[in-house]
Design a protein around this ligand. Structure first.
Ligand code: CTP
Length: 403
């Protein structure tokens, strides 16, 4: 069986748009891993960023149409690169390249590579809002996406270089990176197509007054990794989140909450429509019995705080579950992890529980990596060694396949 990883040989096709500057960051990040990256630029792309810039960042010469027409090659360059790549990223995908690919045209190096390869492609369009919304452009996009090889990383809303505010900005480098990594993991397989996944994340805050609360160090990074992984695998994703330290990507439908009561309400509303609930939020277990609408002066702060339990959201959702719905709990533990985690899985009545240690360096709250065990109600468990949170998210989703 293939060992799944988030990396491999990446080929980037850069188009002629100002968003190409963002691709420099991605090439730099990728080149710092052990995985190789090659860049192919269209004629127009070279007017925005030079081949030299990408060659320096990739530690490898950049390919252009000039290389394509070199007479002294033993093997055609488009075949060589098309078979070398594990995943291809088109960023930015311009209206012109989109139109040519939708028609199956092959009149330069980049379009020839795409026809000569069979690997998954992440397409990250970027163009002015009016261009993006043109009937012809949207028709070309639909045509391109008829081929399941092509995965769309949609453009986002915002102010563009032309000062238009609207849809058409290319996704940020972190999103290009995450989608590309996911496609190396899944090989482009969309096992969650047609599924609606509901995810909770972040740490709830239970206020004493407008400036003080009971909370926990959760940042929501694991929930964001789960949301991205589910989206990359074809799901429609809703994220109900307490305060996060990072923005939620546009392609995730997000609802922000603060307290456990608000989270409970939002999840109860959204739960009936979902196929899978990933209950990743770190819900504060208690709240002050009394909270104040105005800021308490230091002298007025109580010397002792009376506390009351907050609702156990998960335990209230489990009885509402219909046969097709799966519910996964998460547990941050310290000390002896597995015996209490198995007990918690049965107590909460969930289909699976991911348990991770939070008393170790580089695992748990506010870290880039995580490790832990996925316990299934069938009694099977999978251990995942330390890995980036996106890899842990994919391992969890892979592990759920059998329940
Ligand atoms: N959870 C919840 N509502 C709460 C507390 C927890 O929905 N009030 C959910 C969490 O989102 C998580 C799972 O329950 O998916 C396990 O959380 P954990 O805090 O480990 O569970 P507790 O029941 O609080 O267990 P413990 O006694 O170990 O604190």
């Amino acid at each position: 069986m293939r060992t799944k990883t988030l990396g491999g040989p990446l080929l980037i096709g850069g188009g002629g748009g100002i968003a190409l500057y963002k691709v420099c960051t991605l090439v730099s990040t990728w080149a710092k891993t052990t995985d190789p990256v090659r860049v192919v630029l269209t004629e127009a792309a070279q007017r925005f960023v030079t081949p030299l810039t990408f060659a320096a960042l990739a530690r490898h010469p950049t390919y252009t149409d000039q290389d394509f027409w070199q007479p002294n090659r033993s093997r055609p360059l488009h075949i060589e690169l098309g078979t070398w790549a594990g995943v291809i990223l088109l960023a930015p995908l311009t209206a012109q390249t989109l139109a040519r690919l939708a028609q199956g045209l092959a009149d330069d190096l980049l379009t020839n590579i795409l026809l000569a390869s069979t690997v998954p492609v992440v397409a990250a369009p970027a163009m002015n809002t009016a261009m993006w919304e043109q009937v012809s452009v949207q028709r070309n996009l639909r045509l391109l996406l008829e081929d399941p090889r092509y995965h769309l990383l949609p453009p986002t809303m915002g102010r563009m270089a032309c000062d238009t505010v609207g849809s058409g900005r290319m996704a940020e480098p972190e999103e290009l990176l995450a989608y590309t990594q996911s496609l190396f993991w899944t090989q482009g397989h969309r096992d969650l197509i047609g599924k609606r996944v509901l995810i909770s994340g972040g740490g709830t805050r239970e206020p004493l007054d407008p400036v003080r609360f009971i909370g926990n160090p959760a940042t929501g990074r694991m929930a964001l990794a789960l949301a991205r992984a589910c989206f990359h695998r074809g799901a429609e994703v809703t994220l109900v989140h307490a305060p996060l330290t990072e923005p939620v990507p546009d392609f995730i439908q997000a609802q922000a909450v603060t307290t456990s009561d608000q989270m409970k309400h939002a999840l109860q509303q959204a739960f009936p429509a979902c196929d899978l609930l990933l209950m990743n939020a770190a819900v504060a277990d208690v709240r002050p019995s009394q909270s104040y609408p105005h800021k308490l002066a230091k002298a007025d702060l109580p010397s002792q705080l009376a506390l009351e339990p907050v609702p156990d959201i998960l335990s209230e959702l489990v009885p509402l579950r219909r046969p097709h719905q799966k519910i996964i709990g998460f547990a941050a533990q310290t000390g002896d992890i597995l015996p209490p985690a198995w007990a918690k899985l049965h107590r909460k009545g969930v289909d699976a529980l991911f348990v991770n240690p939070v008393d170790e360096v580089d695992s748990g709250f506010a870290t880039t990596h995580n490790r832990g065990w996925l316990l299934l109600r069938t009694g099977v468990s999978h251990e995942f060694p330390s890995a980036p949170k996106l890899a842990i998210a994919h391992q969890i989703l892979d592990g759920l396949g059998s329940i």
